[in-house]
Design a protein around this ligand. Structure first.
Ligand code: F3S
Length: 298
């Protein structure tokens, strides 16, 4: 089977930056805790936990003896203010592209515009962005966009991991809602190039595998885009998910696979998936012969 990796896949700038920050603190033997899940990838979180680096969900869980790192998706403004009020030192690993949205949203608000955040209202990034302008409307579907009240001016921002085509469709609906629309395309560069790469690769291969956390927004978007271009698209969290005879029998007659991965998927996970497909014939034989002890890491 021919194995192709999308031109852009896996760890993005913001994730690398956050992990480097944690690694530096760890080298200095500082005890670290993270506010929220640093990134949406269970393997990475488990590895951090093994090093004693866990995460908290609220200020009540704070351990004052540890250095607090803010996750890549950011935290709500009032939580940050509360941490500062309590004089708790923080190291901010919020991705600069996420921070940019906070700044834009604050500015639009001060201009007395209606603010529309396009994205998933339950995602920590959007929850944090909305905290900078609580009156903002959050829309995540065409139906929701249609419910936005008419206004003289609307300012639009997008969750960094949004699908560009989806944003265009929402903006088209909003065009009827205001005389002036100020659109800030805040989909980050890493998201855009990963989406473009899989758009190009997916129709050229027999099937596609997308690797990433099930709760990772950018991974889900890659899966949606790949599925539109190639109906034989599978979403997995890790290479060991492939170790399944039903799946292998389903794809084994295919001649080519395209692989992509969300921005929080580590490079070694991508390599393991690549190795799997390079050896799929042997793995299938081993499983059929009942020798399932091949060393797959979780
Ligand atoms: Fe930042 Fe975009 Fe990655 S917002 S964390 S560079 S997916």
């Amino acid at each position: 089977m021919k194995v192709y990796i999308a031109d852009e896949a896996g760890f993005c700038f913001g994730v690398k930056r956050a992990l480097n920050l944690i690694a530096q603190l760890n080298e200095k033997n500082q005890n670290v805790q993270i506010f929220g899940q640093l990134i949406h990838n269970r393997t990475v979180l488990k590895n951090l936990e093994k090093k004693g680096i866990g995460y908290i969900e609220s200020i009540d869980e704070l351990d004052p003896g540890k250095t607090l790192v803010i996750r890549t998706h950011g935290i709500p403004k009032h939580v940050e203010n509360e941490l500062r009020r309590k004089k708790i030192g923080i190291l901010d690993a919020t991705c600069p592209f996420v921070k940019k949205i906070h700044r834009i949203v604050g500015k639009i608000d001060s201009g007395k515009s209606r603010v529309v955040i396009v994205g998933d209202g339950n995602h920590p990034e959007v929850i944090a962005a909305k905290s900078y302008t609580p009156d903002a409307d959050v829309v995540n579907s065409m139906a929701e966009a249609k419910t936005i009240k008419k206004s003289k001016t609307i300012g639009v921002v997008a969750q960094t991991t949004l699908n560009s085509d989806f944003l265009k469709k929402i903006v088209a609906v909003l065009l009827d809602k205001a005389e002036t629309i100020e659109i800030h395309n805040t989909i980050c560069h890493a998201t855009r190039i990963r989406q473009e790469a899989i758009k190009k690769l997916a129709p050229e291969v027999d099937f596609v595998v997308v690797i990433g956390g099930k709760n990772s927004s950018n991974t889900r978007k890659l899966f949606e885009i790949a599925s539109e271009k190639n109906p034989n698209t599978f979403l997995i969290e890790k290479s060991s998910d492939l170790h399944n005879l039903d799946f292998i029998e389903r794809v084994n007659f295919f001649k080519s696979v395209g692989i992509t991965a969300g921005a929080s998927t580590p490079p070694d996970e991508i390599e393991r998936v690549k190795d799997f497909f390079n050896n799929i014939e042997n793995i299938a034989k081993e499983i059929k012969n009942g020798r399932t002890k091949r060393n797959f890491q979780h």
